[in-house]
Design a protein around this ligand. Structure first.
Ligand code: ADP
Ligand code: GLC
Length: 492
């Protein structure tokens, strides 16, 4: 079968710029596709905070981007995904991207997001034209790229680029990108698209909905989430559009970059280990306890959290049960995260109140995230909703048992412990309540102290799971071919 040309357009890509798991996905899937022989390229904005990993060179010609009444200009920086030949292009433009923030302006303002991301979409397409490179498939991610399929279906439909099929991946339906109607002119779209069965919602443009209506095929990041978003509860107002497009929507479980996230070779860890020799894990636990100034005790269950502190992640439930749990159970807990100010304060307070048993670090720290994955015994993820979730997969690979709520991708990746039956890879609870979480923390604790052999069995099974991208990448290739056929009427 012929190799495909695939363009990824994304607001985040690891290791250059990362807010959450979207960056991990966009940093890993292209690698796997390239290994399968496909030609992949990536376009991302050059935010002020982008890390200049590897060699960067500026393309000689400036890039003209037709947005608003005039042509605006970008400088294009080219580099590659580390350890691959996959080109990554960063679009530099002072007005749109010079700031460090990815999704907002200073102080959380997002009043120019419509223009910034319309510029990204038009810019990515203009770059293809400038490079004289027509992709078979353009793969956009979340609301920031929602206008891209609309552009290809309207003003660009009768140009060579108009042949490109679009695949649009929903990473999180909670973020939809509401934009003022002025973006229609700014993105140079026909006003004929501005209606309810198109890009309009409540007098504004819903950027995510635009992508959902216009993309050739839709994906989301786990099979369970693909079902949840068709319901009134999980659809966040877009369940109607999603049901309308259900025949073109598939849930493909995210993989993990198994080279990067490998306890046997992770160079950021104080010691390496594998399922057959876990001594290095004990050293990581001691290092983690030292980092947070906890009592250095190898035989106390250590619970870890690495997360954005937002409502979706359910960490308010953990905050609620924390005092009771710390009083009643002989455990330690460490947390790394940032977001909601009240949660930041609660966990900072807990670290003071239970000094020596509880630690919290507010912020983003890739190296510490890995130490927490390696050094903890249990990784806590009480998400209210979780489209896929990557951290529970990293945890299992690092021999750290996930404690998760049964939602979205957590259902598809964690098998609940069945006591006495040598089954399961973690601990699962259902009701999104503090009580259910507290009970499950107690269950982990009892298993750790009273049935260490069963705990070790869980650990072995968790570490034996294969979450690498190989299977899911093949599914994306099938989907790309299906999209090309739908777009062009001819098999890819
Ligand atoms: P989401 O994308 O919803 O945040 P995922 O589980 O898919 O959830 O991915 C989160 C990613 O972000 C993981 O790679 C995780 O390690 C990382 N991460 C989250 N918070 C932090 C933090 N405070 N410091 C470092 N890495 C973090
Ligand atoms: C989103 C989701 C998360 C998912 C990630 C990567 O950030 O919240 O569940 O793992 O995207 O697809």
């Amino acid at each position: 079968m012929s190799a495909l040309k695939i363009l990824f357009v994304s607001p985040e890509v690891e290791p250059f710029v990362k807010v959450g798991g979207l960056a991990d996905m966009v940093g890993a899937l292209p690698k796997e596709l390239a290994q399968l022989g496909h030609e992949v390229r990536i376009v991302c904005p050059a935010y002020g905070s982008v890390k200049r990993v590897g060699e960067w060179r500026a393309l000689a010609a400036p890039l003209g981007v037709d947005v608003g009444p005039v042509t605006q200009w970008a400088r294009t920086w080219e580099t590659v995904l580390p350890d691959t030949a996959v080109p990554v292009y960063f679009l530099e433009n002072h007005d749109h991207f010079a700031r460090p923030e990815v999704y907002t302006g200073p102080w959380g303002a997002c009043d120019d997001n419509d223009r910034r991301f319309a510029f990204l979409c038009r810019g990515a397409l203009a770059l293809c034209q400038q490079l004289d490179w027509v992709p078979d498939v353009i793969h956009g991610h979340d609301w920031t790229t929602g206008l891209l399929p609309v552009m290809l279906n309207t003003t660009l439909r009768d140009t060579p680029l108009g042949r490109a099929a679009t695949v649009f991946t929903i990473h999180n339906l909670e973020h939809q990108g509401y934009a003022p109607a002025r973006v229609v002119d700014y993105a140079r779209l026909p006003w004929g698209e501005f209606h309810r069965d198109g890009i309009e919602a409540g007098g504004m443009v819903n950027l995510l909905k635009a992508g959902l209506y216009h993309a050739t095929k839709l994906t989301t990041v786990s099979p369970t989430y693909a079902r949840e978003i068709l319901t009134a509860e999980g659809g966040f107002g877009l369940e109607g559009v999603l049901r309308f497009r259900a025949g073109d929507l598939v849930g493909i479980l995210n993989g993990i970059d198994a080279d990067s996230w490998d306890p046997a070779h992770d160079r950021t860890l104080p010691a390496n280990y594998s399922a057959t020799d876990l001594r290095g894990k004990a050293r990581c636990k001691a290092a983690l306890q030292r980092h947070f100034q906890l009592e250095e005790n190898p035989v106390v269950p250590l619970f870890g959290v690495v997360s954005r502190l937002v409502a979706q992640k359910g960490l308010d439930l953990l905050a609620e049960v924390l005092p009771a749990v710390m009083e009643r159970m002989a455990i330690q807990l460490v947390l790394l995260g940032s977001g909601d100010g009240r949660l930041e304060n609660t966990f900072t307070w807990a670290a003071q109140a239970y000094r020596g048993r509880c630690g919290a670090q507010i912020g983003f720290d890739g190296k510490l995230a890995r130490l927490i994955q390696a050094g903890s015994d249990c990784f806590v993820m009480p998400s209210r909703a979780e489209p896929c979730g990557l951290t529970q997969m990293y945890a299992m690979r690092y021999g750290t048992l996930p404690l998760v709520r049964a939602t979205g991708g957590l259902v598809d990746t964690v098998e609940n412990f069945a006591e006495g039956q040598a089954r399961g890879t973690g601990f699962v609870f259902h009701a999104p309540t503090a009580g259910a979480l507290a009970d499950t923390l107690g269950w982990v604790c009892a298993t750790y102290y009273d049935r260490p052999q069963e705990f070790a069995g869980l650990q072995q099974r968790a570490m034996a799971q294969d979450f690498s991208w190989s299977r899911s990448a093949a599914r994306y290739v099938d989907l790309y071919r299906w999209a090309v056929e739908a777009r062009t009427g001819a098999p890819a």
